[in-house]
Unconditional design. Structure first.
Length: 260
């Protein structure tokens, strides 16, 4: 989940925690968009100087909601060539988990609503291929515990006519080798694609490849905490999953699926 420090989320972590408590959750996690070495890379992530406020705001949430376990991590953009920076970020705090996400292909953030028109002028299958190629590199890098919103390329509802199982398969081989988990991210339900990330075909292949799963609402506002989790659990079961993993100190522990 996110915080206002990324400049496109609303509400302090304390308010997210309060909503989680009202839902009866026992554990939540924050993973705001990582800072880059130099600020100004784009306008939808934390500045490097905000790292202390980030950790401070999570600490406040913990103090105000002692009965809730609150994990802290980062959602890190995987960009080829930035591996050293990602290692530095990883060493900045004893994170509970690092989510590796691909938003950028070349210098285009494919999920940025202001860049959506670019989708109209390019071949959808080519974009999806480039996206999954990069997602496979993110898994292979070994830098991450979880891969975020693994089929984000469907966000605006542009689906290739071609069969995409080979794209999924290429990524899943890398993910299995790296031991990285895939996140069931319910934010897709709130986007044009109206579908959890990743979709059922993808998730069924992931299950067959032995890839562990986690659950995330990708909340950018307190009331989005836990949104769609009933459906996410059903989605996991439909794909054949019986367990999900929890993270703590970057260690995974499998637990049977239950209701949220
Ligand atoms: Zn975001
Ligand atoms: Fe993301």
């Amino acid at each position: 989940m996110h915080t206002p420090l990324c400049r496109h989320a609303r509400g302090e972590p304390e308010a997210y925690a309060a909503h989680a408590v009202s839902l009866g959750f026992e554990e939540i996690g924050f993973s705001d968009h990582n800072p880059m070495r130099k600020d100004g890379f784009d306008n939808w992530r934390m500045n490097l100087s905000d790292m202390a406020s980030y950790l401070g705001s999570v600490r406040v949430a913990r103090e105000m909601h002692p009965g809730l376990r609150i994990l802290v991590g980062l959602e890190v953009d995987y960009l080829p060539g930035h591996e050293d920076w990602i290692r530095e970020l990883a060493a900045m705090h004893p994170w509970d988990y690092l989510i590796g996400s691909v938003h950028y292909i070349e210098d285009w953030a494919i999920d940025d609503p202001s860049m959506r028109p670019l989708w109209e002028h390019r071949d959808t299958f080519e974009i999806w291929s480039a996206y999954f190629e990069r997602l496979g590199m993110a898994a292979r890098s070994g830098l991450f515990d979880i891969i975020g919103h693994a089929d984000l390329c469907k966000k605006f509802g542009f689906h290739p006519k071609q069969d995409c199982s080979s794209l999924y398969g290429g990524f899943l081989r890398e993910a299995a080798r790296a031991g990285v988990a895939v996140e069931l991210n319910t934010a897709g339900l709130r986007k044009d694609c109206r579908e959890i990330y990743p979709g059922l075909t993808f998730l069924t292949l992931a299950r067959a490849a032995g890839i562990p799963i986690t659950f995330g609402s990708d909340a950018h506002a307190p009331e989005e905490v836990g949104a769609g989790f009933e459906r996410a659990i059903e989605h996991a079961r439909l794909a054949g999953y019986t367990h999900a993993v929890r993270l703590r100190g970057r260690e995974k522990r499998a637990e049977p699926l239950s209701s949220p």
